[in-house]
Write a protein that binds this ligand. Structure first.
Ligand code: ADP
Ligand code: AMP
Length: 218
């Protein structure tokens, strides 16, 4: 299974990608998580990405595309779900070229739809495990103990770019640079839209339903 999750920041892409990864053994490729890991390790890429991420802007395409190619090369034959990539049409075109070189095709692109006011609410209450990328929400999906990951007992933190000013910037960047990617995949007949305002469990249910229909159609 080769999937892409599209949608604005806070729509629940990472949450559902984690569920699918655990359920189907496909690899979750989150460019945001990869970049945060590079920053934590102080790599050249991490240093180059830092300013853009702090401002809520996109990291330049050539850096992201090179990073994704390394991830694709490491997959072997395993399936994947990409969350947070592609975010520009240039990234989508580069992904198409990389997949074609490998003889691979995308099965489906899922668009997570959530209105802006709900995104702002979700992001202001998001806590993450910086080591694993596991996501919680103090309102909708709290950990058993505040500030502690249920799975590995590690500390949870709030992301610096989840501050309201930066969230507003990220939503503008999504509308300007990533919405054209939605149309790119719609034009190719790959897009399935999902009402992602419902609970995590309900969204998972819808998602699995959409993927079953996709399999039945193949
Ligand atoms: P994205 O990867 O799209 O930026 P996340 O998966 O990190 O979004 O989710 C953003 C926040 O919203 C997190 O705090 C997460 O726990 C919470 N969340 C995710 N899905 C839902 C949902 N269906 N209903 C309510 N809150 C959700
Ligand atoms: P995310 O965790 O997906 O919300 O991403 C956090 C930040 O990482 C974004 O605001 C961007 O600065 C950067 N980023 C993540 N993925 C991409 C991408 N595909 N293209 C450009 N920048 C990205």
């Amino acid at each position: 299974m080769r999937l892409i999750f599209l949608g604005p920041p806070g729509a629940g892409k990472g949450t559902q990608a984690q569920v699918l990864g655990e359920r189907f053994g496909i690899v979750q490729i989150s460019t945001g998580d990869l970049l945060r890991r590079h920053r934590a390790e102080g790599t050249e890429l991490g240093k180059a990405a830092e300013g853009y991420m702090q401002r809520g802007e996109l990291v330049p395409d050539e850096l992201i595309i090179a990073m994704i190619e390394r991830e694709l090369d490491a997959l072997g034959g395993r399936g994947f779900v990409m969350d947070g990539f592609p975010r520009t049409v240039a990234q989508a075109e580069a992904l198409d070229a990389s997949l074609a070189r490998k003889g691979w095709a995308l099965d489906r692109v899922i668009l997570f739809r959530v209105p802006d006011d709900e995104l702002v609410r979700r992001l202001s209450a998001r806590w993450v495990n910086p080591r694993t990328g596991r996501v919680y929400n103090t309102i909708t999906n709290p950990p058993r103990t505040a500030g502690i990951d249920d799975e590995d007992g590690g500390p949870l933190v709030q992301r610096e770019d989840d501050r309201p000013e930066t969230v507003a910037r990220r939503l503008r960047v999504y509308a300007e640079q990533t919405l054209p990617v939605v149309e790119y995949y719609r034009a190719r007949g790959l897009l399935t839209e999902l009402d992602a305002t419902r609970s995590v469990g309900e969204v998972t249910h819808e998602l699995l339903h959409a993927l079953r229909q996709e399999r039945a159609a193949q």
